[in-house]
Design a protein around this ligand. Structure first.
Ligand SMILES: Cc1cc2nc3c(=O)[nH]c(=O)nc-3n(C[C@H](O)[C@H](O)[C@H](O)COP(=O)(O)O)c2cc1C
Length: 248
């Protein structure tokens, strides 16, 4: 729920236009080890918090890792997941229209990032806490009755059978708008980062290192630092190519 305690973070001034920031917010994987002031890290979290959340639960949590030993522990598991990625997903056949040279560049930068993970000044884990109030409603018999009343027996059964997927989507729907706000804020403040999900491959491993309780779902890991390279234009398809009007 909203905690209205006044914090110390204020909205920063910024002269750059939103669309200039958005269209140059590339994945930045080569990062300098220079430390980032704590106030700046909090600024990023504050920007993330301006995102929407399901039922306005505002149930985000951010684990910011700066401790060298924690980073070493994370880097070790991260390397395992990256090695797996290199031997599998990285070798997938080219997608229609995919630029394989761009994939190779991404793999090179990803390898650099994972090998230098312990030197990155901070890694921000964006997590979502289970909404206890909603969980209580969902498990109550009166909710089941309401489901049947509103959607019929078949509809209720379909909803319950798909509940694992729906829950995952619901958690992601709350987490990723915050993540995107954070990516844009970092870009606006001259910090480089990239949305990563190595924890998907090793359920429980990152959570154990971070001491995340079982009612907390980690959605993304964002290594963050001042970039070695330049922000640059993103490469994306033309909008017309990915739109269908009125029906798929
Ligand atoms: C769901 C998701 C998972 C991702 N996981 C990783 C990851 O584990 N490691 C990584 O280096 N990049 C990861 N990325 C970043 C993508 O590779 C990146 O957004 C994409 O290559 C586009 O890069 P660009 O913005 O520089 O064009 C992920 C992105 C998304 C949306």
């Amino acid at each position: 729920m909203t905690d209205t305690t006044a914090g110390t973070v204020r909205k920063p001034d910024n002269d750059e236009h939103l669309f200039d920031i958005m269209y140059s917010c590339r994945a930045m994987r080569r990062l300098k080890p220079d430390p980032i002031p704590e106030s700046l890290l909090l600024q990023l979290v504050d920007a993330a918090l301006q995102g929407p959340s399901g039922s306005n639960a505002q149930n985000w949590h951010f684990i910011i890792v700066r401790d060298p030993e924690q980073k070493l522990r994370l880097a070790k598991v991260w390397q395992q997941t990256w090695d797996f990625y290199l031997q599998t997903f990285a070798r997938a056949d080219a997608r229609p229209g995919e630029d394989l040279a761009a994939r190779e560049r991404m793999i090179g930068a990803g390898t650099y990032m994972v090998e230098h993970m312990a030197e990155v000044p901070a890694i921000i884990f964006v997590a979502v806490k289970r909404d206890q109030q909603l969980a209580k409603v969902l498990s109550s018999p009166s909710t089941l009755a309401a489901l049947i009343r509103h959607f019929g027996l078949g509809g209720a059964a379909r909803l319950m059978m798909g509940s694992t997927r729906t829950n995952a989507l619901a958690e992601g729907s709350t987490a990723y708008p915050a993540v995107q706000n954070l990516l844009l804020a970092a870009r606006a403040l001259g910090l480089g980062t990239v949305l990563t999900t190595p924890h998907f491959f090793v359920p429980g491993a990152f959570e154990a290192i971070l001491g995340a309780p079982s009612d907390v779902t980690i959605a993304a890991a964002l290594p963050i630092g001042y970039p070695k390279g330049n922000f640059g234009p993103t490469k994306r398809p033309a909008a017309e190519r990915v739109v269908s009007w009125d029906r798929f």
